[in-house]
Design a protein around this ligand. Sequence first.
Ligand SMILES: [Zn+2]
Ligand SMILES: [Zn+2]
Length: 447
Amino acid sequence: MRTKLKCQAVIAMLLLGATLLPLAAEKVEDILDPQRANKGFITDSAGVLAPAYLTLINDACRALREKTAIELAVVTVGDLGGLPIEDFAVGLFQRLAVGAAGKDNGLLLLCSRDDRLVRLEVGYGLEASIPDALAARLLERSGLSYLRDGFFGRGLFMAVRDIAHTAATAAGKGFSIAEPATWPAEAVAPTPLARPAAKKKGWDPVQSSMLFAAGLLGFAALGLGWTILRFRRSRGKAARGKAIGWAIVPTILAWIAAAISFFFILGFSGSFLPPFIAMLAAPGLATAGQLLASRLLKRRLASYRLPCAACGTGMDMIDDSRDEQFLSAEEAAEEKAGGMDYEFWRCPQCGAEESLKVKLNKASTCPQCKRRTLTSNYVTMVAATREQGGRTRVIETCLNPKCNFSKIREHSTPRLATAASSSPGPSRPAGSFGGGRSGGGGASRKF
Ligand SMILES: [Zn+2]
Ligand SMILES: [Zn+2]
């Protein structure tokens, strides 16, 4: 009991610690004032600057103040403690009080390592010479690309150099800072920071192709399972043969689905080859599986014997040629027309007999005698062309000797599709674009 309580206390403390951990972020009040610390201009709280860069940047800022009285402070932080960089910069600017009192000629370059943000805060006195748009351009000119690649020393030095040059020029002073002949080593290995993945416009072609192919194969496997189940549940040779015949249906559906999928993926990803390969491979594999399964089932069907309902023994099928002695004239006509199949089985063990019948589709049901003896013959009277439709004559005849049903009807067939039929699409006046519209522009300073 005691130990259990102790355990719970430890877990509670760990949880409390975990929730308090994010509070250990950087705060404006904790940033060291570089002037008070060492008469310098830079505080590297994030620890991203090698000593050589601290010297370079300090020297540049000192030279700027000596020539122009403008104060430029540089601060790096690990993160902004959840604050917007604008708020953090304003708070820090006030705390450090960069710039001469009354003149407000201070500048603060703030860089947050983990937020991957950089900001140039401009004192009131310099807002006329460095408006917001120019401040943004100064960051972008050369510093930002170095920061993006993880070169904090180079990035911040180049930003300081551009800012100092522009501020001095605006103050009417000729001023320039030389780039070092060789760049000193960076404090942290300059690995490019993870950039937010460019928002994808469509689908990933390979991924979506694989996903669709997997779906197709799953569907084909279900279809195959359905065929096998149908086969096993069917009683009699004809019924089982019919079940095997149905196996082609999921395969055909898989090819149709593959064609549709191909155009879908092509449209959404703009990539041709991955969906082309996937949408050939998946239904191809499904077809191979179906052919193999059909062959195995047909082999099993060849040795199939209907189990006797009475004793379970495999019965013998009575030869088709002798069927007629068991069949009525109508049934014989149905079997001959291909609308019905009749099977007769006899058990060699107990002599039990069983007859089975299965509907086949070579003939349909006659509307007059209701027997499966109606056959249809299609005769093309006028062939359809691209210019005009055709006419087909359907001659329906009942093969039941006791029925005289016969009917001739004609129906028209549609015009052949033109190979290059293209819809013109919405028209628009010549000499202009489609009429696209745009919202406003924008700019951001993230690295
Ligand atoms: Zn039997
Ligand atoms: Zn009939």
